[in-house]
Design a protein around this ligand. Sequence first.
Ligand SMILES: [Zn+2]
Ligand SMILES: [Zn+2]
Length: 255
Amino acid sequence: MYIQEISIEIKKKVDKELIVDEFEALMAYYRSNGQIQGKIQSQYFSDNKITCLPFTIEIDALSNKYNNYYVNIQSEKVESLCNSKLCFKNVGKYYESYNGGCKCKKRDFFILMTNYISINSPIICGNCNKSVPLYKIPVIYDYGYMPILSWETNYISCDCLQMNCEVGERWGLNQMQDINSQLTKQGIVICDKIKEVTSIPTYYYLHNYKKYKRDQFKRTCPSCNNKWDLKKQLHNFYDFKCDKCRLISTISTNS
Ligand SMILES: [Zn+2]
Ligand SMILES: [Zn+2]
């Protein structure tokens, strides 16, 4: 991840609390357009300046060319309230070797996947296994991607329940691994929508922590019951893939 700095100087006599709220709203619009990652940004007020340090997948994620209607409208609002211009600066990256998300010219398929600690885009390129920023695909709803982010938040909530073990562990886990759960159904609708707007088949990652011995695992797709084990593990992670139902999964580690 890249760490960016977005700041604005207040050059007008104005209610500073209001500016903080409007600046925060701008960050929310950037997020819902897939330009910044994660929900909590370091935002602070110092002297007459508000600064935020969001994560982005690509170095140029905050470029105007990716802005949507709401980002543009809110940017203008903040700039006019402050009587100055927003400033953008790349301040670093999380790992020295990090060089952004998927750069494939041609993508054969996507995988919809996230987990409780991920702040990456939940759209993974099936060819290189890297994240694809949301703004790189056509908008799916009201200039943005809220349905994808809603599924993502629900998935992360379920994953947190099962990781924390004390409250709703079994329920959260079942939401993630049952083909008929509300969470899976919501995710499959999103996959269909992504395929519709990109023409790229989009697979739903079905978590698998069922208690089977490794060699006893019933190797058929939970939706169509056809064989779905891959001859060779994909990206050192995926063991099952059904091209008919567009589902992808792994061998359970719970043996
Ligand atoms: Zn790729
Ligand atoms: Zn199937």
